[in-house]
Design a protein around this ligand. Sequence first.
Ligand SMILES: Cc1ncc(COP(=O)(O)O)c(C=O)c1O
Length: 470
Amino acid sequence: MIYFQIDKQGNAKYIYKQIYENLKKLILEHRIPLGEKLPSKRELAIDLGVSINSVTNAYEQLLAEGYIFAIERKGYYIENITDFDQQTQRNAKFPSELRESYTNEEDWISLSHITTDISMFPFQEWLKCQQQAIQYHQKELAQISHPQGPFTVRKTISNMIAFTRGVICEPEQIIIGSGTQPLISQLMDLQPKNSIVAVENPGYSRIYRLLESKGLDVTPISLDSQGINMEELKRVNPDFLFITPSHQFPTGKIMPISRRIELLNWSTAEENRYIVEDDYDSEFKYDTDNIPSLQSLDRNQRVIYTGTFSKTLLPSFRISYMVLPPILLRRYREHYLDWIHGSNSLQLFALHYFIKNGEYKKHIRRMNKHYEEKRKKLVIKLKEKFMNSINIQDIPAGLHFLAYFKSAKSYDEIRKAAKQEKLELYTIQRFLLKEDRELSDDIQLVIGFANIKPEEIDEAVERLYRIIHS
Ligand SMILES: Cc1ncc(COP(=O)(O)O)c(C=O)c1O
């Protein structure tokens, strides 16, 4: 007979749980022999002084988990349970180096290039678009979407980028993803493992590291005044070239038309050569109109265009997309036949209405004005404070610029001082992809102005001055 005590003070669920836990323990400790028949539900209920229901629930749970088995009209028996090879206890101590530490961000000022200004985000309008999405897309919201994302949303994006960026594509060519990295990851998984890949140096380190982690042969190529260095490019002879022609990351340079054409000519000189155009922040141009994309000049379908809503909306939305030439699209469809699309359809349909209702255009216009004011103010204040010890690459575009500072400090010292001063700051070192690349004597900082409040600019410049000079 089975002996254990039950505390009968609690509710029925609590009682059933106790029976279940006690029996489980006895089975695991082999205190009830394998194959032995358990008492009938009625017997056990009488013994324990509980309801038959409580015992039934406990037996059903043990049956579902595989601790016991049932023989019809006979009863329940103890299952033959596999023993663990190692009988050691679970190591309860979590490795300290894996612990996450949280910095208290109070009093910090951000000069990060990777954030946007949430204070101006039209949440009310976004919520209205979400409501429209819920009202008109019940069927799609109840299903998983097409592996490339909902067609309606792709159609809206393709119309928009045709108009704003001159991108020539069908909605079928668009792949929506939850970030540029996952899209590039998918794209490169379609390529032969021995593909040669080239990236800009300095450049977007997250993509560089992703490509390296895939075991691809990745070479950073230096920049000249027009963009990627053509001689180096020809020497490396990559199958895939990753560039940011509309606003080079992080130097901010805009690639002139002749270099664009040179690159397109280069791309067609060999079979299976592609250029990946990362058009991450081209919506923000302050003195000029939008500059057409490289893809718009491509006559041979050698450009893979990637765009994102991380800068124009919010980075936390995780909505990005890429446009594949038909040859690659065919391979994509074959390879990702069973792929379950990873974006949130509600957000995607909300985006569709946000664009369709004209809110997106309005928001970008408003943000261009707002960012330009902040950028101008920050540049003026920096020049006033640092005088001839600063040289700013003052290119009126994007959400960051590169600045050179005369300083006796090392990059390490700058980083430490920035932490003490509570100023979020990125140095060029993070984006130099080849260690042997020579650094100039100046300290180069990538200064983002999207997230700083206008009233914080004076204080940020004071903190930066102390970081650089004291
Ligand atoms: C150079 C560059 N490319 C692309 C992106 C966009 O990335 P995602 O679409 O994953 O947010 C960023 C974001 O900061 C970027 O700096």
